[in-house]
Design a protein around this ligand. Structure first.
Ligand code: 0RQ
Length: 492
């Protein structure tokens, strides 16, 4: 690093961020997100608030950042506006209490919206890097997210230079920038591991106003133990994909998989990877979890493209120690490329995401509990489910010990419409909705996916509507939700 850059402490650098600024953070999930500046910004906000001086920023990220960072900023009342995704409990509470404005966005669209100026200018980008050169080459770390566009568009850049990351992380990185219409180009990626760009982002070095040295791991926890429910869902996914393979609707060499985050997705991926009847496969996903790394070493996953390595510190260090193996098998991309609709459709990606509730006609709610309270956000689920070769949603059929049925007459909030959802899988079975009319879909979802204790209730609802292409009785469409609100259970 050139010594001419101003080296500062995190608290000194935080002084460069002003009340009302649009601030953009690097990373995708906690991977690659800044770690020292969020804490320093929270301290700055609290100190200013004690003197009755206003200080709130607008905060744009790749996906979630470390929950600790988002929570510290929320608790310090340092954020007035936040996009596009989060997973932090204190921040979530403030969003649901109406104290923070949150904008829930498809993750692939954020970079182009910034590029087109839809959110106004970016005042300061805070970017975690493994290396920065005097010519202004910025080498990113374990999560790429929207860092390239933030670096290009921000008026000022603060770099967190994190020595925790191996400089060799750059061997996995491929950064392609898409232009703006009418000159937006085709994305030249035709296979999962294709590379089409550079492994750094070039910016004007004069924009770098501070460099903060850190040595901090990404805040990523190991998953909890798999439970029997996850295993049963995983078995149903396996059975469905094997049937598709035998029917030659999935080609012999298989197709790339996308897998969302969480225990269920991790269990499903592990089960698919360990099933010898499923050929070794590729991942074209947004997040790579620990199970992918294990399966790659076993030769079951051949290669993977994503925007982040969302793995605990010991797994990340294992990757760094074995870079000669992993650098040929993993490509880390900006999220507008990892989640790009054009590529997802071209490669024929099989998408597997978890949802909160599904209605009997196949709409899916991934984001709002009872249509009201935000959980996390749509994340990349829409990018993949709208464009996949096979759009699969997975979920347990009940939540909260059976008080909630995840299959309902009408979704209380819709993130993915009936036109995008092709297959729903719960622990009870598989509803293959391809080619089915609305009433056929309803019968299939109730029979194959709903929990037995809710089937009568759902069939009764279906019998209420007598006419129309889709049968609804609007007077009773939310009876199950109302029962939950009034009596604490959807079972009447
Ligand atoms: O609550 O934590 O209190 O037990 O929701 O549910 O079943 O543990 O599943 O961790 O995979 O999360 C949709 C939130 C599921 C997630 C969602 C309760 C349930 C539990 C968690 P507890 P599970 P998961 C790639 C793709 C959108 C973004 C996405 C998500 C908690 O998968 O955020 O897909 N998806 N991104 O009890 C009330 C219901 C419920 C319910 C479940 N109907 N009503 N509560 N729960 N169903 C990643 C990125 O984009 C970066």
């Amino acid at each position: 690093m050139d010594q001419d850059f101003a080296v500062m402490t995190a608290d000194e650098a935080a002084q460069l961020i002003l009340h009302g600024n649009m601030v953009a953070f690097s990373g995708f999930t906690p991977a690659g997100a800044p770690k020292a500046l969020p804490e320093a910004l929270a301290r700055r906000a609290m100190a200013l608030h004690e003197q009755a001086i206003p200080f709130k920023i607008k905060l744009l990220t790749g996906a979630s950042i470390g929950a600790l960072a988002d929570n510290q900023l929320a608790e310090a009342e340092a954020v007035e506006w936040r996009a596009p995704y989060q997973t932090a409990s204190a921040l979530r509470d403030k969003i649901n209490q109406g104290e923070i404005n949150f904008v829930d966005l498809h993750l692939s669209e954020v970079a182009q919206m910034v590029n087109y100026g839809f959110f106004g200018p970016i005042d300061v980008a805070v970017i975690e890097a493994s290396e920065v050169t005097k010519e202004g080459r910025v080498y990113l770390t374990s999560g790429i997210g929207n860092a390239p566009v933030f670096l290009q568009k921000a008026r000022q850049v603060i770099i967190e230079l994190n020595s925790y990351h191996s400089p060799r992380i750059k061997e996995m990185i491929d950064i392609v920038s898409l232009g703006a219409p009418p000159l937006r180009s085709m994305v030249p990626i035709f296979h999962t591991l294709d590379r089409a760009g550079e492994n750094y982002v070039q910016i004007d070095p004069k924009k770098i106003v501070a460099v903060v040295h850190t040595h901090l791991a990404d805040q990523i926890k190991e998953f909890g133990d798999e439970n029997p429910l996850c295993r049963q869902i995983a078995r149903n996914v396996e059975g469905f994909l094997l049937k598709e393979l035998h029917a030659q609707r999935i080609p012999e060499g298989f197709l790339p998989l996308q897998s969302g985050v969480g225990n269920i997705n991790n269990a499903v991926l592990k089960a698919l990877g360990e099933n010898p009847d499923i050929p070794p496969f590729m991942m074209y996903s947004e997040v790579l979890q620990s199970s992918v790394i294990d399966l790659m070493e076993q030769g079951r996953i051949i290669g993977a493209s994503a925007s982040s390595l969302t793995v605990p510190p010991d797994v990340l260090q294992h990757i760094y120690k074995n870079m000669d193996f992993f650098n040929e098998r993993i490509v880390l991309r900006p999220q507008e490329i990892s989640n790009n609709p054009e590529i997802i459709r071209r490669l024929g990606v099989i998408a597997l995401n978890v949802g909160l509730e599904f209605d009997i006609y196949g709409h899916a709610n991934s984001t709002h509990v009872a249509g009201v309270n935000l959980m996390n956000g749509i994340g990349g689920s829409g990018d993949f489910e709208r464009n996949a070769y096979l759009s699969i949603f997975i979920a347990p059929s009940i939540a909260k010990g059976g008080k909630i049925s995840t299959i309902v007459p009408m979704c209380s909030h819709v993130d993915h419409s009936e036109h995008s959802v092709k297959v729903i899988i719960t622990e009870n079975g598989v509803a293959d909705l391809r080619g089915l009319s609305p009433i056929q879909r309803a019968q299939t979802i109730i029979a194959n996916c709903a929990h037995p204790m809710y089937r009568d209730c759902l069939n009764h609802y279906l019998s209420l509507g007598k006419t129309g292409h889709i049968h609804h009785d609007l007077a009773h469409a939310f009876d199950m939700h109302m029962s939950l609100i009034e009596h604490g259970t959807m079972l009447s």
